[in-house]
Design a protein around this ligand. Sequence first.
Ligand code: PDD
Length: 280
Amino acid sequence: RIAYVNGLYVPHGEAGVHIEDRGFQFADGVYEVCEVRDGHLIDETRHISRLIRSLGELRMAMPMSRAALGLVLREVVRRNRVRDGLVYLQVTRGVAQRNFLFPANTTPTLVVTARATSRAELEQRAEAGISVITVPDNRWDRVDIKTVGLLPNCLAKEAAKAAGAREAWFVDRDGYVTEGGSSNAWIVSAEGRLITRPAEFGILRGITRTVTLEVAARLNLQVEERGFTREEAYAAVEAFVTSATLGVMPVVRIDGRAVGDGKPGRAARELRATFHSVAE
Ligand code: PDD
């Protein structure tokens, strides 16, 4: 495998950044994960736009132009011979003597990796559906920035794994589900309405979420962008999560309780089947 690190394509096993990189010391960096399908980067434009926004919120600049970054992403995908999989990119503020204050003139660190994933395995998982558990949302309140500071997410997903589930849903102090550890959360009401939390409040604006909203409109599915509680989720007729890594993934159990009839729901299956004809 080959990784891109600051201008060089290097063997994955030898790729590294400096011990005083601010990404390592302060999680002072942002990232994106983009799906690769048939060798094509899905929703690249939106991912790069979100990257630029995340960087801006942390007062960081793009390490290179949009076009150049696109070339690097494609080159890493090509060099790793990834046809279906994921491309990961991370930008940190760069290397500086440890000091909480932002250093003046550092060169940002840019790392890009790619790996193949099994489409068949993912489809199998979607046919079975996944289980989720709920956990208190103990993250900071700037989760709209896609930073590499993901320790609460790691802990939540570890708790999910320990409980035999695939994903954890964060629940805020008022009992409302915010989002998953690495996905956005959705339910379907008895009236057949898709319900998902507005992106303005306490969640990452998922690219897959945005595209799913467009797919829903295409399929004439009614959507309510509003918060929903854990209890509402227990009573929902179906549930699902969205992310670049999972696509639209049906949820069949929440905290051990079957959702609906305990099988992937119709809306989630339809959205999944239609997703890639709408995604770019
Ligand atoms: N995570 N919410 C959180 C907290 C996430 O980490 C992610 C994605 C999403 C979904 O965003 P998108 O649809 O743009 O992938 C929502 C990526 C996949 C990850 O960390 O691996």
